[in-house]
Ligand binder design. Structure first.
Ligand code: GLY
Ligand code: MN
Ligand code: MN
Length: 427
C-alpha cells in the first residue's frame, strides 16, 4: 500500500519533471538555506528552511540540506555532514520515507555539487554561479503549491489540533487573570512547542491590545479583570502551519454580543469557501457583513450601501479576509493567477488582500474577519469624513475592549469545505 507520503512525493516528482521539461533543464537543486548570524555576534537567527526544499521531507529540515532532482532518477537528499563537538549529532532520520530517496551525506561543495549536469537550476537562498538562471521556474512551482496533497492536509490538521490545544489552555489562563506572557506560555506548553518553533510569533493581546493587528509584546502585568483576549497563534508540523485566532471575553455584555455575531458570520464565510468561488468576492461579502454588524449593533447609522460607498467597514476591518496557508503562513502565490507568474493585484478598496485567486479543491486558506476599534483609524475617519454616521459615544464605550478577530483554517472542497480548526475545537 502506498502511503500518503509516497503519493505526495509522486505528485512533487510529476510537478518538477514537468517544470524541467518546460524549461529545458537537466536538474533542479532545492537548497534549504544557510544559517545567518546577528550582526557582530556568534548567535544565529532562528532557522526556517526554504519551503521548496522542506516540502519534500516529512521532518523539519535544517540548514545546508539539498534536494537534487533529475528526470527519471530517484530524488537525492544531500544531508549535511557535521563534524564538530559543539552541537548535537545530526543523524539522518530513520523511517519508511527513505525508500523514496538516494541519500548522500556531504557538504555544499563536495562531489555531488561539481557533478551536477550543465543545465541545473537552483532554487533557494545562496544561488550558485554555476547554476543556469531560469526565470520563471519559481513562479511555475509556486503556483502549484496552493493545491495541497492529502499528506500536506494531514500535516496541517495535526498543526491545527496542536494549536487548538494551546488556545484552550490560553482561554483558561485568561479567565484565571493571567498576564499576556503567562497566557502565551500556557499556549506554548499545551501546543508542545518553544516560541522559536511557532510558525509566526504568537499574538496575545488583552483589552486595547487586541486592537493592534500584529501586537508583538507580551506584558508581564497580571489583569484579574481583563475584558478581552485576542490570541492569534499557530503550530507547525514539519513546516506546515496552522494560523488560528480566537477572541475570548470575560463578560456577557454588548461586546460579547458583537463577538458572537462576528463568529456566526465567520462560520458562514468558512462554509462559502468552495471551489469556483472568487476570494475577492468573499472579501467583498465580508465587507457587507461588517457593515451589517455595524448597523445592527448601532455603531453606524448609515445603510449598508452608504457605508460601502464611504468605505466605513474598512475603518473597523482594515485587513484582508484571509490567505493561502501552507509551509509559509502567508503561503506563496496568493496573487498569482497562472504558472507563468501573471499577477492579479488587489484593488485599492482592499489593498491588504493576500489572496485574489479563484478557489480550487484542496487549497487551504484562512478565513479571518475582524472588527476592531483602532484609535488611529477612527480619528482619521472623523477628520476626513463629515457624515460618517458613527455613534462616537458608543465607539468610546467599545474602545477599552479592543477588537475581535476569528480565524479558521479551511480546506476547500467542491461542496462543503473541511474546517480544520472547528473540527479540532470539537474533539
Ligand atoms: N497570523 C497572521 C495572520 O493571521 O495572517
Ligand atoms: Mn493569524
Ligand atoms: Mn492569517
Amino acid at each position: 500500500m502506498t502511503t500518503l507520503y509516497q503519493q505526495h512525493v509522486d505528485v512533487l516528482i510529476h510537478r518538477y519533471e514537468d517544470a524541467m521539461a518546460h524549461f529545458g533543464l537537466d536538474a533542479i537543486v532545492l537548497a534549504s538555506g544557510e544559517k545567518s548570524y546577528y550582526f557582530q555576534d556568534d548567535h544565529t537567527h532562528p532557522f526556517h528552511a526554504y519551503s521548496g526544499a522542506q516540502q519534500w521531507l516529512p521532518f523539519t529540515l535544517g540548514a545546508e540540506t539539498y534536494v537534487v532532482l533529475q528526470t527519471g532518477k530517484q530524488p537525492t537528499l544531500v544531508w549535511p555532514v557535521r563534524d564538530d563537538f559543539w552541537h548535537a549529532p545530526n543523524p539522518v532520520p530513520g523511517g519508511d520515507w527513505q525508500k523514496n530517496w538516494s541519500i548522500i551525506p556531504a557538504k555544499k561543495n563536495d562531489a555531488w555539487f561539481s557533478n551536477l549536469p550543465k543545465h541545473t537550476a537552483w532554487l533557494g537562498p545562496q544561488p550558485i554561479t554555476a547554476a543556469v538562471v531560469c526565470d520563471g521556474l519559481k513562479a511555475y512551482v509556486d503556483f502549484a503549491k496552493a493545491v495541497k496533497t492529502d499528506f500536506e492536509i494531514q500535516a496541517m490538521r495535526r498543526a491545527s489540533d496542536r494549536a487548538v490545544a494551546g488556545h484552550v489552555a490560553a482561554k483558561d489562563a485568561f479567565l484565571a487573570g493571567m498576564s499576556e506572557l503567562e497566557i502565551h506560555l500556557a499556549f506554548l506548553k499545551a501546543s508542545q512547542q518553544t516560541a522559536a518553533q511557532e510558525p509566526y510569533p504568537g499574538i496575545v493581546g488583552l483589552n486595547e491590545h487586541s486592537a493592534v493587528l500584529h501586537y508583538e509584546h507580551k506584558s508581564i502585568e497580571q489583569m484579574e479583570n481583563s475584558r478581552t483576549l485576542l490570541i492569534d497563534a499557530g503550530a507547525s508540523e514539519h513546516g506546515y502551519a496552522s494560523d488560528i485566532t480566537r477572541t475570548f471575553v470575560r463578560h456577557d455584555d454588548d461586546f460579547s454580543a458583537l463577538v458572537n455575531d462576528l463568529d456566526t458570520m465567520e462560520q458562514k464565510l468558512c462554509r462559502s469557501a468552495m471551489s469556483g468561488v472568487s476570494f475577492r468576492d468573499l472579501h467583498q461579502d465580508t465587507l457587507v457583513g461588517i457593515a451589517t454588524l455595524l448597523h445592527e449593533h448601532k455603531i453606524c447609522a448609515l445603510s449598508v450601501e452608504e457605508q460601502l460607498t464611504k468605505r466605513i467597514p474598512q475603518v473597523f476591518f482594515p485587513h484582508g479576509l484571509g490567505h493561502l496557508l501552507g509551509l509559509q503562513v502567508h503561503d506563496v502565490g496568493g496573487h498569482q493567477i497562472d504558472s507563468a507568474g501573471t499577477l492579479s493585484k488587489p484593488d485599492e478598496s482592499a489593498p491588504f488582500l493576500r489572496l485574489t485567486r479563484t478557489l480550487e479543491k484542496n487549497m487551504v486558506v484562512t478565513i479571518e474577519p475582524g472588527l476592531y476599534f483602532i484609535p488611529m483609524l477612527i480619528e482619521k475617519m472623523q477628520a476626513e469624513m463629515v457624515n460618517h454616521g458613527c455613534d462616537m459615544a458608543r465607539i468610546q464605550h467599545f474602545m477599552p475592549y479592543g477588537g475581535i478577530r476569528i480565524e479558521d483554517n479551511v480546506v476547500v472542497k467542491d461542496d462543503l469545505p473541511k474546517n480544520l480548526t472547528r473540527t479540532a475545537f470539537s474533539h
